[in-house]
Design a protein around this ligand. Structure first.
Ligand SMILES: [Zn+2]
Ligand SMILES: [Zn+2]
Length: 813
């Protein structure tokens, strides 16, 4: 007697080699039947040749979960026995079948998840480095367990014809691999080999004396190695190469060569912002940085992000140029993530042993990374030669960035893109099933949507002030139709009246979803929600206190918020405290020029002349004298171009400015805060613990609202600087003071409002020492919720927007 079962596997189980895995498993168990992809995931029909074997279910499900392919994510396995006497559509076929087969995906059936790109697996690397293998030196080697996905897909289903591999016809050998369920390359859509796949090309813009020979298309593998040797030879000579990666071009140079790094900074117009680095292996990473177990795991993961690691002591400048990461205590390092990178790095390790390569995105300052092949003219302005290939990149995917916590035991996301995107989450308990689209914000934008009970966060796009990013935003909206078949019933955007994404999402609604409801969610409530969400706090949980330290977000009262104490849940909040609002003198300029924020605080204390007399040793006060302060005073008086803001980011700018760290202007966003953070260490913080500044706080007796008077610390800082205290000490005293004051306010609020959790979110919370201080000082009965998977910055806004709407819909029911 036979028993029959149907099994549904939910999760990211398509396009990852799951069906051949089931095929092998069923054969191992000696079961007949078939497997196919369907709308919910993978469906398996089994004929089991021993009736109701009580162990059959347990053993098979355990194997499905425990032995699944590397890139698969099994969320749920549903096992149903089929009554042999029932009328079941598949039963007759199942009774008659012998052997186990893989059935074709049925047309019209949607694949559930679009998958992220994955770093080369160890088996493929062995092929590339094995002189006997037909893929020896072939930089586009991949299999079902690795390789490009999101970066090459145009539309669904995930079949080769809908990817940028469409133009390459598989040769008979590759085709055989593709069709053989026992092969690692079974249904690997980008499967390719030197005979049939994409080809490498080296284009040189060097003066002819530098040019040894020009490479052409259609090279054999030994030529690939020669080309890479040539590239390493150029790098060793101090030249700059543009190299095409998974999601865009990088500019690459020798990290130990000062003059190459200087030239690179000049060409990119990027004076200060740290460059990312690539190391050939973990031993090299450890030569330069402190690598915790958590960091090692991330560096070696299939996502292979850049990880910001604490720099090791003083390295000789001949090994690592000071220009790679000026004034930084951390280095951003990644390992190879494509076969081309692995070939390059292994050759580089022989050319210049123990040396890192700078791997920074190929772009001019303020512009996004170049990823399209028709931009060679722009690359020519940046690089001396270009190593590229003819497999188009469909969407720009910047390198993902993570940071180790200061304790070293954890890693936190700062940017989720290549390797992670699209990032998918199941909603915590209690949320309703909805179809919702969230616009995100104008800075560090990512779009997110809810489909059913899942949230998907798309790749990092960037700041909307740039035209190319606006174009990418439009393309990402198109993806919603082509890749996800989203039909939004609800659309959410930010409250900010001037946001580009708001206009764009309204146009989208008009065209694609005119019946969808439209909701605006306050920026910092979205931050609070994103953090609750990633900590899996169930819907209906009691209110929490949110300390949101951020740049700028449009507030409920029409001013700009950014240093907020909120009290609330997923669906609503009240504002219980904030940093005292100050004018952004000069409007937008105040976001880029720290001295303006310093002046906004200084002018509340005394006249500049009096302060200079009192603190003659403080250079930054004298520097303020050279600025048009009279004009700013009258602007502020008339309210012209000086909107009020309680931004925490601008407070850090002011403190950096008074310390004369990037006083005039920031060359990249967040520079002031990063400079202050970079001065800190545990010893210094412990030493300054008792010397922290004192920030005055007022409590409104009616509303209990806490107002933190940030300007009250200015005279204390001026006094310290006048007494020649180091800026490191000032930074430590300021950090401790800020956390102490916020927690004191929280303590006071707890007398009237009950809460067990404090949420820490907003861009400023990327500051590792700030989070460390919260951990040191928070009372033991309070649990701190912080970010790990979702960045604390505005990339997570869209996820928070989705949670707010979903929570409100429940309350409507
Ligand atoms: Zn592979
Ligand atoms: Zn082939």
């Amino acid at each position: 007697m036979n028993a029959y079962a149907q099994i549904t596997v939910f999760g990211a189980v398509q396009g990852v080699g799951f069906r051949p895995f089931v095929w092998q498993l069923a054969r191992q168990f000696g079961y007949s039947g078939w497997v196919l992809n369907n709308a919910s995931g993978v469906k398996i029909f089994l004929k089991i040749n021993s009736e109701n074997n009580p162990e059959a279910e347990k053993q098979f499900v355990e194997a499905l979960r425990g032995q699944a392919p590397a890139l698969a994510q099994v969320d749920q396995v549903l096992w149903e026995w089929i009554d042999p006497n029932a009328t079941h559509r598949e039963l007759t076929e199942l009774k008659d079948c012998c052997g186990f087969t893989i059935q074709k995906s049925r047309p019209g059936l949607m694949q559930t998840a679009v998958l992220a790109d994955a770093t080369t697996c160890s088996a493929c690397l062995r092929d590339v480095f094995d002189p006997e293998n037909r893929r020896y030196g072939y930089p586009f080697t991949n299999c079902t367990h690795c390789g490009p996905r999101y970066s090459i897909i145009r539309s669904m289903p995930y079949d080769r014809e809908y990817t940028s591999m469409a133009g390459f016809n598989m040769c008979p050998v590759c085709q055989r691999e593709y069709q053989d369920p026992s092969d690692r390359r079974f249904h690997a859509q980008p499967n390719a080999c030197p005979a049939c796949g994409p080809q490498l090309r080296l284009t040189q813009f060097l003066p002819s004396s530098e040019t040894s020979h020009t490479q052409e298309n259609g090279l054999s593998q030994p030529d690939n190695w020669r080309m890479i040797e040539q590239v390493c030879h150029y790098l060793a000579k101090g030249l700059i190469l543009a190299i095409k990666g998974l999601g865009g071009f990088h500019l690459v140079c020798d990290a130990g060569n000062d003059s190459a790094c200087r030239t690179l900074r000049q060409r990119k117009s990027r004076p200060q912002k740290p460059f990312a680095l690539m190391a050939s292996d973990m031993d090299i990473v450890k030569r330069y940085a402190k690598v915790s177990k958590a960091a090692e795991k991330k560096l070696n993961s299939t996502q292979a992000p850049i990880v910001l690691l604490p720099k090791l002591g003083k390295l000789p400048p001949s090994e690592l140029s000071e220009l790679v990461a000026p004034n930084q205590s951390r280095l951003g390092i990644m390992l190879p993530n494509t076969p081309l990178h692995s070939m390059l790095m292994s050759t580089w390790a022989k050319t210049c042993p123990n040396r890192l390569l700078v791997f920074t995105s190929a772009n001019l300052s303020g512009y996004p990374q170049i990823y399209r092949d028709d931009k060679e003219a722009e690359l020519m302005q940046l690089a001396d030669a270009v190593l590229t290939h003819n497999r188009p990149i469909i969407r720009r995917l910047e390198d993902s960035v993570m940071k180790t916590s200061v304790e070293g035991n954890d890693c936190e996301a700062l940017r989720q893109s290549r390797g992670f995107a699209p990032l998918r989450f199941t909603m915590p308990e209690g949320f309703p099933s909805l179809n919702t689209l969230a616009s995100g914000g104008d800075l560090k934008n990512s779009i997110a949507f809810q489909k059913g009970n899942e949230i998907t966060l798309l790749h990092f796009l960037g700041d909307m002030e740039n035209f190319d990013i606006q174009t990418a935003y439009g393309e990402a909206l198109q993806d919603l139709q082509q890749l996800y078949q989203l039909k939004p019933e609800h659309i959410i955007t930010d409250k900010h009246p001037g946001y580009y994404v708001k206009e764009e999402i309204l146009r989208y609604r008009e065209k694609h979803a005119p019946a969808a409801t439209l909701t605006e969610i306050q920026h910092h409530h979205a931050h609070l929600n994103a953090c609750l969400f990633e900590n899996a706090i169930p819907l209906g949980s009691p209110p929490v206190l949110g300390i949101i330290l951020d740049g700028l977000g449009f507030g409920e009262d029409g001013t700009f918020w950014g240093g907020e104490i909120l009290y609330g849940t997923y669906d609503h909040f009240i504002r219980l405290g904030n940093l005292a609002p100050r004018p952004l003198l000069g409007g937008d300029k105040a976001n880029k020029e720290p001295w303006r924020n310093l002046y906004a605080l200084v002018r509340t204390q005394d006249s500049l002349e009096n302060l200079i007399q009192r603190y003659p040793q403080v250079k930054s006060l004298r520097q303020l004298q050279t600025k048009p302060t009279d004009l700013l005073d009258s602007m502020s008086k008339s309210g012209l171009n000086s909107p009020l803001s309680s931004s925490a980011g601008r407070l850090f700018d002011a403190v950096a400015a008074v310390c004369d760290l990037c006083f005039d202007s920031m060359s990249y966003e967040g520079e002031a805060a990063m400079r202050l953070e970079g001065l800190l260490n545990e010893e210094l913080l412990l030493k300054e613990w008792e010397n922290a500044y004192f920030m005055q706080t007022e409590t409104n007796p009616q509303s209990n609202r806490q107002l933190l008077d940030t300007a009250s610390i200015i005279p204390q800082i001026l006094k310290d600087l006048n007494n020649h205290l180091s800026v490191g000490q000032v930074s430590a005293r300021f950090h401790i003071c800020l956390v102490k004051t916020l927690l004191k306010s929280a303590e006071q609020l707890r007398e009237k409002f009950s809460f067990q959790y404090i949420v820490l979110s907003g861009g400023v919370c990327q500051n590792g020492w700030l989070i460390w201080l919260f951990r040191q000082m928070a009372p033991p009965e309070i649990t701190l919720l912080t970010h790990r998977k979702l960045p604390a910055n505005d990339q997570s806004i869209a996820v928070g927007q989705l949670c707010a709407l979903a929570a409100r819909r429940v309350n409507l029911c």
